[in-house]
Each structure stands twice: as structure tokens, then as C-alpha cells.
Ligand binder design. Structure first.
Ligand code: SF4
Length: 186
């Protein structure tokens, strides 16, 4: 029997439904802040993505959204003064996105943090994050999506004593870079 034909366990299905309800809570509270859920997702991504990954195309891949949808989201965030676009320093045909100080301040009030505190209260935050990460990677692999993992867990990452190195992009990486997510993660 193919894996996709097998029935999931009742516990796994319960976990997915609980995730759906938690996500709904985050989205409902986000709306109360006057920012649409997709806009929050873009702000969160830009706060975690490394300098190679803060582009509209990478954001679209991360969200599993079309370029057109992401473009509308970014226009709304620019209009609100939360995100800015600039010509990429690496590729003049591309734009680089960044959070403005107002965008960073907005993230201080992210409803996802409230739910994260509830997860912390369970005492199982680390185990839960690891289990969900593994499940997400499997789901993305099946769909041909990119994993967007944290840099220091990438096979192209070479740690150093002061700076680190990316063998794929031949670039120096700081400690802060090492903790950010990347669209080239492998
Ligand atoms: S080491 Fe991997 S995750 Fe880090 S910048 Fe290079 S490709 Fe991206």
C-alpha cells in the first residue's frame, strides 16, 4: 500500500485539527489588529529570513502563494509603512524587502506570541516544534515545496570561530545569519 493510501492515526488527525484551531485563533486575533493574516505572515517571514531570502519570489514560495497575491500583500504593507523595497545589492533586476522600524514594532504585538506563550506553558515546546518541523518537511517534500530551514542546519553551512561560511552562495555568515531561515536551505 502506498503511504498516501494509508489511514492516519486518530492521534495524528487530532493533532492536525488542533493545529488548525490554533491557527484560526492567531488569525482571528491578528484581524483585530487591523492587519490581514497574509500581511502578518509576510511580516513574520521578513523578520526571520536571511539576506538572500528577503525577496518577493522567496516570500511567495514560503507562503505557497502566487506572485500576484504576494505583490498585493506587499503593496498593502508598504502603504502602511511596515515594509520597504529597495534594489537588491546582489542582483539589480531583483528587489530586496526589509521591515521598517514600524514593521518591527508591529511584530512586538504579534498574536502568535500569545499562543507561543501557551505552548511554553505546556512544557513541551521543543518536542512539539521538532515534531511539527519534521511533519512540515515531509509534507513539503511530497508537494515539491522548499523547506526554508534555519541556516545552521543546512548542508552548505560551514561553522567558523568568528564568522561562518555558505559553500553554496560563497558568502560569509554571521551568528545572526546562522539563526535565520533561507530559501536555499538544503
Ligand atoms: S548555508 Fe544553506 S541556509 Fe545558509 S545561506 Fe547557505 S544555502 Fe542558505
Amino acid at each position: 500500500m502506498k503511504k498516501s493510501d494509508s489511514l492516519p492515526s486518530a492521534m495524528a488527525l487530532r493533532a492536525v485539527l488542533l493545529l488548525e484551531r490554533l491557527a484560526r485563533l492567531v488569525r482571528a486575533e491578528a484581524h483585530a489588529g487591523g492587519i490581514a493574516p497574509a500581511q502578518w505572515e509576510a511580516l513574520r517571514y521578513l523578520s526571520r529570513a536571511n539576506r538572500f531570502s528577503r525577496t518577493p519570489a522567496a516570500l511567495a514560495d514560503y507562503l505557497g502563494a502566487t506572485r500576484g497575491t504576494v505583490s498585493q500583500t506587499l503593496i498593502a504593507l508598504e502603504d502602511k509603512g511596515l515594509v520597504r523595497k529597495a534594489e537588491s545589492s546582489r542582483d539589480r533586476r531583483s528587489v530586496e524587502l526589509s521591515l521598517t522600524p514600524a514593521g518591527k514594532a508591529m511584530l512586538e504585538h504579534d498574536a502568535a506570541k500569545d499562543i507561543a506563550r501557551d505552548v511554553d506553558a505546556s512544557g513541551e515546546a521543543r518536542a512539539l516544534a521538532q515534531a511539527l518541523e519534521a511533519a512540515l518537511h515531509q509534507a513539503l517534500e511530497r508537494r515539491g515545496g522548499r523547506a526554508f530551514g534555519v541556516c545552521r542546519t543546512c548542508r552548505h553551512f560551514r561553522p567558523g570561530s568568528k564568522t561562518h561560511h555558505c559553500t553554496l552562495l560563497d558568502a560569509a555568515l554571521s551568528d545572526a545569519d546562522a539563526g535565520q531561515v533561507c530559501f536555499e536551505h538544503a
